[in-house]
Design a binder for this molecule. Structure first.
Ligand SMILES: [Zn+2]
Ligand SMILES: [Zn+2]
Length: 259
């Protein structure tokens, strides 16, 4: 089992159906030895998602908590035509943009062709750093086309542990498609991130539901981008598609946290 050091997909209480604060998630991440977390609350189109003002003010948060680097981000919703539910004004302020198709977000996409077309258009807009749960049995995609688009636009592909959580009363897991995606990504040199998609602090960094997938695909640490914070930071801030400023990770906010 490969150990991740950066969890690029976590939700706080600001996603209404998640149950922990940023402070609780960061403490837990620190306890588990994670070097970095991205907070990626759902975009405003989700019925219980925060208002866009929430994303505009993330800049006031420290860049490190309990020794864990914090990327301030969003899990934006991909809508019809590849639109994201957060304007460029807000997306440009964030350290990290994950995006995926979700239920009940007002889109009227109806089949694999439309899901694929929307995701590719969204990826081509340049704001997305990582595609969240591209394998989702509710919204199947043409994985070959998606990998190609992610390669061309330097977008990380996520393998989502929460999709395999047996406690969920709904499942979006598709084992065969997950294996196919991993193999396509490796063949095309597209980075893979294995994330918890934690909606509760104890889940942060937990990708144990993916144990079988690791075995089946003979994954090696070099196939996975989030085995170190440095690998993640260097990839997302060297993307040529949409240049954004790099967090310093040493601003004055940290002093407040340590005090
Ligand atoms: Zn999601
Ligand atoms: Zn999520």
């Amino acid at each position: 089992m490969i150990e991740i050091k950066a969890d690029l997909h976590t939700h706080t209480v600001h996603s209404g159906h998640a149950y922990s604060t940023l402070d609780e998630i960061a403490r837990e991440a620190s306890k588990k030895g994670l070097e970095l977390i991205a907070i990626t609350d759902h975009g405003p189109a989700m019925p219980d998602g925060p208002h866009e003002y929430y994303f505009g003010n993330l800049c006031i948060l420290p860049e490190e908590l309990y020794g864990v680097k914090i990327l301030k981000g969003v899990e934006a919703n991909i809508l019809k035509g590849g639109k994201l539910d957060l304007s460029s004004e807000y997306l440009n302020k964030l350290d990290f943009v994950a995006a995926g198709i979700h239920d009940k977000t007002g889109h009227n996409l109806k089949d694999k062709v439309e899901y694929t077309e929307a995701v590719i258009k969204a990826v081509e807009r340049g704001y997305i750093d990582m595609l969240s749960h591209p394998v989702n049995s509710n919204f199947p995609l043409d994985l070959g086309e998606i990998v190609e688009a992610c390669k061309n636009n330097e977008v990380i592909l996520e393998i989502n542990a929460s999709s395999y959580n047996p406690a969920k009363n709904f499942s979006r897991a598709d084992r065969m498609a997950t294996v196919k995606l991993i193999n396509l990504a490796r063949k095309n040199n597209v980075p893979l991130a294995f994330n918890s998609d934690a909606h509760f602090c104890k889940q942060v960094g937990n990708i144990s539901y993916l144990k079988g997938i690791f075995r089946e695909t003979y994954l090696q640490p070099e196939d996975v981008i989030n085995t170190s914070a440095d690998k993640v930071i260097s990839y997302i801030y060297n993307r040529t598609v949409n240049q954004i400023s790099m967090p310093s990770f040493n601003d004055s906010n940290q002093v407040l946290i340590k005090a």
